[in-house]
Design a protein around this ligand. Structure first.
Ligand code: SF4
Ligand code: SF4
Length: 254
């Protein structure tokens, strides 16, 4: 298809698990690459050495601010991409790299890692460690509809992506405490257990119908807040759920 969007995977200080999660769409990934997106940059998968211009940059990992090449790379990414997506907890919130203190050979001075939103403007967040394959797929399809679709599709894609854009504007810090301060303490928790199910390190358990957070286990990925149905999701999107699902299902037909 001539009118594909161009997508790149930019690997900062990440573990490649976000890219693996993208690949975990199996045939769905092939459908995306066949119909909607040309992968123009991905050091793990393709022999393109420098960051090209692209419609969507999926950026995985945080930025080591003591590694000037990494700092240059993230700035270059912002210059070259129309839409910058922070893919996964490290890019959005620092995640496990928040605990880096340096002192390890052979780069003991590499002691400060920041989420990409602390260095550049980020358009869309996909939190999670790793983010789900479906979430990455949905954002790719919606980015395609936003840039190449008809007016109706553009509007649907805008509605779908807006909460994730708002999440990007909301900041670069996350912790299990977010569900405490922003959901439970606001009287919004309905005890559904989605936060506990989404936590990759099982730092959350449901006690008497409410989440209890073991803060020493939390790796600051932001998944629990992102998956909580009483956190950032808007009724504008929830009310368009069927249209959104239909659009994604139709798009993913091989
Ligand atoms: S409690 Fe679990 S899901 Fe929530 S931010 Fe911490 S590690 Fe992530
Ligand atoms: S995911 Fe469910 S249980 Fe967890 S804080 Fe949100 S509403 Fe409460």
């Amino acid at each position: 298809m001539a009118d594909k969007i161009t997508v790149g995977h930019v690997h900062m200080s990440g573990c490649t698990g976000c890219l693996v999660s993208f690949a975990d769409n199996y045939e769905g990934l092939l459908t995306i690459l066949d119909k909607y997106a040309d992968l123009v940059y991905a050091l793990t998968l393709a022999d393109v050495r420098h960051i090209p211009e692209m419609d969507v940059a999926l950026v995985e990992g945080s930025v080591c601010i003591h590694d000037h090449l990494s700092v240059e790379e993230i700035i270059e990414t912002r210059k070259n991409a129309k839409i910058v997506v922070a893919l996964g907890g490290c890019a959005c919130y620092g995640n496990i790299t928040r605990f880096c203190r340096g002192g390890q050979m052979n780069q003991p001075q590499h002691e400060g890692y920041l989420p990409i939103g602390d260095l550049i403007d980020v358009d869309v967040y996909i939190p999670g460690c790793a983010p789900t394959p479906q979430q990455i797929r949905n954002v790719c399809v919606m980015a395609y509809l936003l840039l190449k679709g008809n007016d109706e599709q553009k509007s649907l894609a805008g509605a779908y992506l807006t909460p994730f854009m708002n999440l990007a504007k909301a900041g670069t810090e996350a912790c299990g405490c977010d569900i405490m301060t922003q959901v439970i303490n606001q009287g919004l928790c309905m005890g559904c257990g989605s936060c506990a199910a989404s936590c990759p390190v099982r730092a959350i358990t449901m006690e008497y119908g409410k989440p209890q957070i073991e803060r020493d286990l939390c790796v600051k990925c932001g998944a629990c807040y992102a998956q909580c149905p009483r956190s950032f999701y808007s009724f504008d999107v929830v009310n368009q759920y069927e249209g959104i699902i239909d659009a994604i299902n139709a798009a993913m037909q091989p």
